[in-house]
Structure formats: C-alpha cells, structure tokens
Design a binder for this molecule. Structure first.
Ligand SMILES: *[C@@H]1O[C@H](CO)[C@@H](O)[C@H](O)[C@H]1NC(C)=O
Ligand SMILES: *[C@@H]1O[C@H](CO)[C@@H](O)[C@H](O)[C@H]1NC(C)=O
Ligand SMILES: *[C@@H]1O[C@H](CO)[C@@H](O)[C@H](O)[C@H]1NC(C)=O
Ligand SMILES: *[C@@H]1O[C@H](CO)[C@@H](O)[C@H](O)[C@H]1NC(C)=O
Length: 438
C-alpha cells in the first residue's frame, strides 16, 4: 500500500539553481478579478469539502479543505489518469519554487506519482497526523472566476503545482475525498499559485457554512465579496496582524522551515466583558514554535491548552449560573439545559466570548451561534475542547467558531480581516449567489 516513490535525502544547494519565475500561467486572454470554490460541510467527519476540476480529461476531485496546508495533494496511486500530468524534474524551477530539498526515484513506473529523477515533498494529513513522501507534479486545473457577486467564466491554470499523495494517506478523510486543498502560506499554496497565474491580489477569503446542506465559499483574490441580499461583507472587516510561526507545524519538515499556518495574536480572552485569567506566556509563540493562536479548518471545534480550557469553562459556567447544567457530552465539558437559554439572531443567548487582539478595542467576538453546539434536542454545550497540557499551539480556532464569519487572509500585508458573525448583518456564508452570470 505504501508508495514506491522514495526520496534521497540529498539536500541540494539552492545557490546552484537560477531562480526562474514559476511556469504557472493562464492560457486565455480573459483576466478574472477573483476566483471561487464552493465548500460544503461533511456531516459525518465535520470536514469542509471542496471540488477542483483537474487533469485531461477534466475530472472533479473531491478534497478536504486545509487552511494551513502547505499545498494541494491528491492520491496519484489510484485512478489518476491524465495526458497532461508532468512530474517536476529534479532541480527544476518548479522544485525550487516548491522549496523541495530532495530528489527521488521510483521503480514501478513510469506513471503519475512514480517517475525517476523528480523532486519530492511531504504531503501531510493533519487528521491522522501522518505524512509520506510524494512526487511534485503539475497538471491542469479549471476553476470558476467571480466578480464577487456570482460565479463567472471558468478559467484554467495549465500547470498547477501539487504533490502526489498515497491512498493510505486518505485515511480519516470524508468519504470520496481524494486529497487535501492546502491554502497555506507557501509559494505553492493554492492562494499564491492562483494569484501568480492571474495577477490577482495576494488575498483570499473563507466563509464556511454551518449547514451541511448549503455551500459556503472560498474566494481567491480581492473583494468585493457579496452575499444575498446584496451585502458586501468585505466593506466592514476588522483587521489584525497575521504572525508567522518560525518553526514548521507540518508532519515532516526541515530545520529552519517556517510554518505555513495562519497565526494571530490573541492577547487575552474575555467572557461577558470580563478578562478570563490565563497564563499569558501560552499566548505567544516561543523560539521552539510552541504556543500562540492559529486558525484551522481541520479541527471541527476550538481546541485550548488545558489551563486555558479550564479557565474558560469556569468563567463561562459562572456567567451562566442561572442555567441548569446537564451531564457533559463528549468531547465537550460544559453542557446546559437549553430550555433555559433564550435565542437571538446570533444564536443561543449566552455571554459573548471575546478574543482580544492587538489592542483592547480590537477583538473577535463570538456569539452563541459560534460558541454553542446543540448536541441533541434540549442540550447545548460550550463548543470548545480540551487540548491537553502539552499542545504545540495553545489556541486552535476550529471550524464551528469560523462558520458564518468571513475571514480574509492578506498575504502581501500579512493581516487577517474578519467580519464577526454575519448573522448580525442578516446574511450567512450560505448566501453567496451561486447562479452563474457568465
Ligand atoms: C528508474 O530507474 C531505474 C534504474 O535505472 C529503473 O529500473 C526504473 O525502471 C526506472 N523507473 C522509472 C519510473 O522510469
Ligand atoms: C505559564 O506557561 C509557561 C509556558 O508553558 C510555563 O513555563 C509557566 O510555568 C506557566 N506559569 C504558570 C504560573 O503556570
Ligand atoms: C430541561 O428543563 C426542562 C424544564 O425544567 C425539563 O423538562 C427537561 O427535562 C430538562 N432537560 C434536560 C436535558 O435535563
Ligand atoms: C442570483 O444571480 C442571478 C444571476 O445574476 C440573478 O438572476 C438572480 O436574481 C440572483 N438571485 C437573487 C436571489 O438575487
């Protein structure tokens, strides 16, 4: 079952190779302003799923969205048929762009994922925390453009770089998924490749739907990002710096490699406007890359260092003292009888949880729709989970807390724009008008 592709750990000196601009380019004369991918939620795994059309002939490839993933990887061992598949030759410009540090051979090819004298990377599945070595390659993909309000013309990227994963690496992913769409901060992450291919602004935005029945959306490029009924969400974002963790958080990495994930600077947590006591040294990233706050689409719920988790649960329970607690339902620790909790436009009427950022006036406020999870009829739980006493990252903001919020990642200025709950603005992430106006 393991791939026969193997990498020789010959670190080659990048000085030997001229820097050539990437061969990712568009073929048509139409220049899109932005691109989009629809995203659905898989109700059994709680993963966010998208589809990308790839290969010749084009086939839809179902992928789990991985916000912090380094690149697109797909299973090339089973069912990869394409006349436009091109492995990246060792020491080529593509290998250089991908910052591959190793070349490899394969004895059971040639076929996609198995060629001699190619460079390789390490596709990673963060759900099962497993990585493998895989050939770097290029193939055509096609994707819808957008004016921000509707999908438009389909455009193609003839030589999109990706890595071949293996069938065993699909374990833990939703049914039918063939790989992961990495939106991470690398030169070959999808946002950078799409920006380079169409000269888009180096920005992208995610808006995840809370419903498994309706599409959320990822935009590549700048706004406007418009949701029905005609609400330009990109007009009123709050901004906070994005931080780079100097130590890779991927499954396999080399010394000195930075993390491709998106970190923000949470300085304190407030519940009902009162500061929750936490050990603030857990909130910064130390020289070993430990600590801090990141955003993740592969964690269904926010995961907190045990000491932060205990403080948050404590403060939350105190502020809801008049609501009867009921037996906890795993993975949550604090559950309540919902018949004593009112409802509001932004979900169950519970105290707001604020992640306070660069100053006391800049905070990401979470309302009931994002903080509470209805585990069954009549029972609402605080949707945060205990990450243990020794997690790499102290706060991992997970999918449930991101839903119906638009988050724009600006790679050029290294900042995050966030909308807070769109429910306040009487729209949702499922309200993008997917009717094409091409
Ligand atoms: C790679 O090279 C080896 C040794 O020359 C050869 O046996 C093998 O068939 C080649 N594999 C491919 C995929 O070309
Ligand atoms: C706070 O966290 C740091 C980093 O984990 C740890 O070294 C320190 O002992 C903690 N301080 C307290 C008072 O628990
Ligand atoms: C919640 O409270 C109501 C009213 O007191 C009660 O009928 C119901 O059984 C409670 N539900 C749970 C899950 O405890
Ligand atoms: C969605 O977009 C289509 C195409 O522009 C338009 O005809 C339709 O009226 C829009 N739907 C709504 C609900 O506005």
């Amino acid at each position: 079952m393991a791939s026969s592709y193997s990498i020789n750990f010959l670190l080659f000196c990048s000085l030997l190779f001229p820097i050539i601009s990437p061969s990712v380019a568009q073929s048509t004369s139409f220049r899109p302003k932005a691109l989009l991918l629809p995203v659905t939620k898989d109700s059994s795994t709680l993963q966010y799923i998208t589809n990308i059309n790839q290969r010749t002939p084009l086939v839809p490839v179902k992928l789990t969205l991985d916000l912090g993933g380094q690149f697109l990887w797909v299973d090339c061992e089973q069912g990869y048929v394409s006349s436009t598949y091109k492995p990246a030759r060792c020491r080529s410009a593509q290998c250089n762009l991908a910052e591959s540090k190793a070349c490899g051979d394969c004895n059971s090819g040639p076929k996609p994922g198995c060629n001699n004298n190619t460079c390789g990377l390490f596709p990673y599945n963060p759900i099962i925390r497993t990585s493998t070595s895989g050939e770097l390659a290029q193939d055509v993909i096609s994707i819808q453009s957008t004016d921000g309000s509707n999908p438009g013309k389909v455009v193609s990227v003839p030589n999109l770089l990706f890595t071949c994963g293996a069938t065993f690496l699909l374990e833990g992913l939703a049914s039918g998924v063939k790989g992961m769409a990495g939106l991470g901060r690398t030169k070959i992450g999808l946002p950078s490749q799409f920006a380079a291919a169409f000269s888009l602004k180096r920005k992208f935005a995610i808006c995840l739907s809370s419903s498994a029945r309706s599409n959320g959306v990822v935009f590549f490029g700048d706004g406007p990002y418009v949701f029905l009924p005609g609400i330009t969400v990109s007009d009123s974002l709050i901004y906070t710096p994005l931080f780079i963790n100097p130590v890779s958080t991927a499954g396999t990495s080399f010394e000195g490699e930075k993390s491709a994930e998106y970190f923000i600077g949470v300085k304190s947590i407030k519940i009902n406007e009162k500061v929750v006591p936490v050990n603030t040294s857990l909130l910064s990233i130390d020289s070993n890359g430990i600590g801090g706050t990141k955003i993740s689409t592969v964690n269904p719920y926010t995961v907190l260092h045990t000491s932060i988790y205990n403080s948050v649960v404590d403060a939350f329970v105190k502020s809801l003292a008049n609501v009867p607690r009921v037996a906890a339902v795993a993975p949550f620790g604090a559950c309540f009888n919902s018949s004593s909790i009112g409802s509001t436009r932004v979900g169950p009427a519970v105290p707001a949880i604020d992640l306070v950022l660069q100053s006391k006036d800049v905070y990401w406020r979470m309302f009931g729709a994002n903080s509470m999870v209805e585990v069954r009829d009549g029972v609402l739980c605080l949707g945060f989970v205990d990450g243990g006493v020794d997690p790499r990252t102290s706060i991992v903001i997970g999918g449930h807390q991101l839903e119906d919020n638009l988050l724009q990642f600006d790679l050029a200025s290294s900042k995050l724009g966030f909308s807070s709950s769109l429910l306040f603005r009487r729209t949702t992430c499922a309200n993008f008008n997917f009717t094409s106006n091409a």
